[in-house]
Design a protein around this ligand. Structure first.
Ligand code: FES
Length: 318
């Protein structure tokens, strides 16, 4: 294990960890915007910059991407670092003045006036790329990506049209730090039919991606629970009974990981059709974690677990 120093404190860092991970493990706060523990390091926002000294040289680096190494000396809060963060926050505030997360950062770093270099109103997207990476790395759908260059760069679907790869899981909305991704579940949408409006039942709208899904209603409890079209796609891909998704995950038995038995082989994570399982570091071992918010309850992971560590829970509907 490499020994490093952060803010004067000697720390034994885990092999292959980043400075950010090591700092957080040891209760040292470094601000971030584009980092998420479930995603690969990205280094886009640069808010996590720290000063590092190694081999007689001092540089400023992004702590979320910089790996620890023996003898590294890190300072997270020097005047130089605070100045660098103020410049970054100032630029973000200029372009995206309304998101609460940006306003909070600005007041924390004593920025009272919005610079007016870009003069764009109401620009909420800060291009942190969390939605794009989550869609690709967690959901494995690749329904959205960056398009355009420089000032025009934005997150969108291919050709700005409704993407057939979107599964309406809402991960992009959940992970967005500025809440610019707008997902709306309407309990009873209306369709304009000749002479009248026709009810088409519950729908999920993801306006940013020009996508609308009809939502399946649970036959047991009557609650709308997940976009019908991707559910049918999973059902066919996994050769499940036609009625499998007639009930919602709350009315079905749902899988859970027995961490005592899990050997961290990743069989479940690799095979989960919507990427609802990720590997997480627990006590120096990798363990499977099921993201219940996006798990469809298909039970595919139960069949794929070679050591029987994924089990079905008792019915959990209340
Ligand atoms: S959190 Fe490190 S660059 Fe964004």
């Amino acid at each position: 294990m490499p020994t490093i120093t952060i803010n004067g404190k000697k720390i034994e860092a885990p092999e292959n960890a980043t400075i950010l991970e090591t700092a957080r493990e040891n209760g040292i706060f470094i601000p971030t915007l584009c980092h998420n523990d479930g995603l690969a390091p990205y280094g886009g926002c640069r808010l996590c910059v720290v000063e590092i000294a190694l081999g007689g040289k001092t540089t400023v680096e992004t702590s979320c991407t910089y790996p620890v190494e023996e003898g590294l000396v890190v300072k997270t809060d020097t005047e130089r670092i605070k100045r660098a963060r103020r410049v970054i926050i100032g630029l973000l505030l200029d372009r995206s003045p309304k998101p609460v997360v940006i306003q909070d950062l600005a007041s924390e770093y004593g920025i009272t006036e919005r610079p007016t270099r870009f003069s764009i109103e109401n620009e909420h997207c800060i291009r942190c790329g969390l939605c794009v990476r989550a869609c690709r790395e967690i959901v494995q759908a690749r329904a959205i990506s960056f398009a355009g260059m420089g000032f025009e760069r934005k997150v969108t679907t291919p050709f700005n049209e409704s993407s057939s790869d979107c599964i309406g899981c809402g991960t992009c909305e959940l992970i967005c730090p500025t809440k610019v991704v707008d997902m709306r579940d309407l309990p009873d949408a209306q369709e304009h039919a000749p002479g009248d409006h026709e009810s088409i039942g519950p729908v999920r709208n993801l306006d940013n991606w020009n996508t609308e899904f009809k939502v399946k209603v649970c036959k047991e409890c009557g609650n709308p629970f997940y976009p019908a079209q991707p559910l049918e796609k999973f059902r066919q891909a996994q050769n499940l009974q036609p009625e499998f998704f007639d009930t919602c995950p709350s009315c079905r038995v749902t899988p859970r990981v027995d961490e005592e038995l899990c050997v961290g082989c990743m069989g479940c994570a690799v095979n989960c059709p919507i990427g609802a399982i990720q590997m997480k570091q627990k006590d120096e071992e990798q363990r499977a974690t099921i993201y219940r918010e996006i798990c469809t309850g298909c039970h595919y992971c139960v069949d794929k677990c070679v050591v029987g560590a994924i089990k079905l829970e008792e019915q959990n509907h209340v």
